[in-house]
Design a protein around this ligand. Sequence first.
Ligand code: ADP
Ligand code: MG
Length: 659
Amino acid sequence: MELKALKLTPKRLQICQKLNLNSGEEILRYYPFRYENFQVTPFESWKAGDNVVFSGEVATFPTKYRARRSLTITSFVMFYGEEELRVTIYNRPWMNLQVGQQLSVVGKYDGSHKVTASNCAGKPIEEFAGIHPVYPLKEGITQNDIRKLIQTVFAKEKCEDHFPPRLLSAHGLIAYREALNGIHFPQNTMQLRQALARLKYEEFLNFYLALKLREKDLSGIRAAKDFSSEEVEKFIQQLPFELTADQRTACDEILGDMHKNVTMSRLVQGDVGSGKTVVAVVALYANHLSGYQGALMAPTEILAKQHYESLKELFSGKDITIACLTSSEENQKEIKRALKNGEIDILVGTHSLFSEDVEYEKLGLVIADEQHRFGVEQRRKLKEKGKDCDLLLMSATPIPRTLAASLYGDLHVSTIESMPPGRKGCVTTLIKKNSLKTIEGELKKILAEGRQVYIIASMIEKSENFKAKDAESLYQALVKVFAPFRTGLLHGRMSAEDKEAVMNAFARNEIQVLVSTTVVEVGVNVKNATAMVVYDADRFGLSQLHQLRGRIQRSSYQGHFYLLTDSKEESTLKRLKVLVDTNDGFKVAVEDLKERGPGDLLGTRQAGLPSFVLGNLITDTKMIEAARRDAEELLSSRDPAEKAYVKKIADLSQQLAVE
Ligand code: ADP
Ligand code: MG
């Protein structure tokens, strides 16, 4: 149902807007991210720290006092069976209790007969006990708001089931409405488990359907590429460094693909700093020798410029014309003309490389660097530019090989695991305060030794809604802290020229401290920068932090990575600790996958593929395999209902991709 038809109150509509929920269906698919299980237990079994729920008689008149402007504390004694318990609850100044009244309480047992209540009311205990969903919140919205909203919508929606009945019965899955009921209002763990099974399975199935539907037009027939292997070998030998074994293997696999008479679809994945660029360069060279143009697409203009510079250097002395398509108008006109005439051999740029009016004379190879940053649709469009083009994707978000194969299906995967020799690696430190006071000395020492430092903020400017530090204020403050060293500011809202000027100044060591947002996350290569401080580290994903860390391990100097956070949440600190404990991108990715959907990680979410909200790639492997097989079967099914389902998913992913 559309939001309008649901006739929600203005307050609820506002909640929907904040959570970006645009229909009844979307509201019902706003799933809890965890559950609290409250069961009534006898006092004797309580241990300090337990979540408890009980019902008893109020024994004393409550005392109330105001600790701070925004904190009032109410405290009273209750009888629970034979025991007297002191109950404390925050911010309920209006609560009116009578001695002798029956009260139900949910809270945490603090030990020594003390309970901190999260809720209490004169309602029957049954309303408190049981499994309670916990939803992801935004500021100004409470759990109760969301629970009530979902209750209202669930009563109004029909929740028709379009899922192929054959698959439901084959896997013993429950119907859609039943599953929604189970996930939002579970009566017991059995019901919850069944609901999860059904909804997860559907996510995986839809994911594979959408993936396979898109893959269909990926590989084509072309003549085997005609280049001299000796010539390529000579080129490899005169590179400024010797390839690592994994780089060598990746190159051989790519050259092998090019010698076949079907187009290449290959993913090169390797941790940040493992040296993927040079592999792309070898591919571009072989492609050039075969008489084709090549295109190298980067997710940001900064990175495109950097690639352009490295290509010029690595191809110097060769008769290869390289150009970089930027946002400047003049540059574009000239390049488009030259490209069409075949005067340009290799073109580097952002996704503007596949704008309507960019025409190639004879495009043979398309490379998308940091591919997870691009949408599937963007990649496909670029490929369409050159019919029967080879496609090479590069990703610094390493995922385990088996997962890659099962996710990408027909895409071939080369993995670079070994790092180039001579890297010192990186020491990661977690600082439980959102301030660099305690490491100021260390940072100054690193600067005094001639190295450079990144300071990362999660936001550009101050915001009413978040307490996080912003790049602009940090810049103002740090200019003074680090003087006489020079501090610069870089963020995504600056003009392309300004960004380039700052980046260049940093690359030339005219600026020693760079305060930046995550625009430096991707691929930026300033070898002399060896330390990075991340403010509000809890606001970043693990893989994203690992990417950032990659910026400071590009040389033989020791890297220093500092994570700052004010968070006291145990789970958050544990999450960040993963980075302290390992510098291995694969391990970080696995940890990240455990808590987030791979949709986020692989960039398929923004690309319009259905992503996993509930499903987990690490623990649900059996289900994934079954869903993958079923998806393949469905695609060739003649059953009208099953065909209709496939069409529905195809339309849906198409529609999402266009947005
Ligand atoms: P990424 O995989 O993150 O894209 P890059 O291709 O940018 O990594 O390489 C990181 C750095 O390592 C670059 O400065 C590059 O010149 C250097 N490098 C790459 N391969 C080797 C190698 N085999 N030996 C020494 N240095 C290398
Ligand atoms: Mg790179």
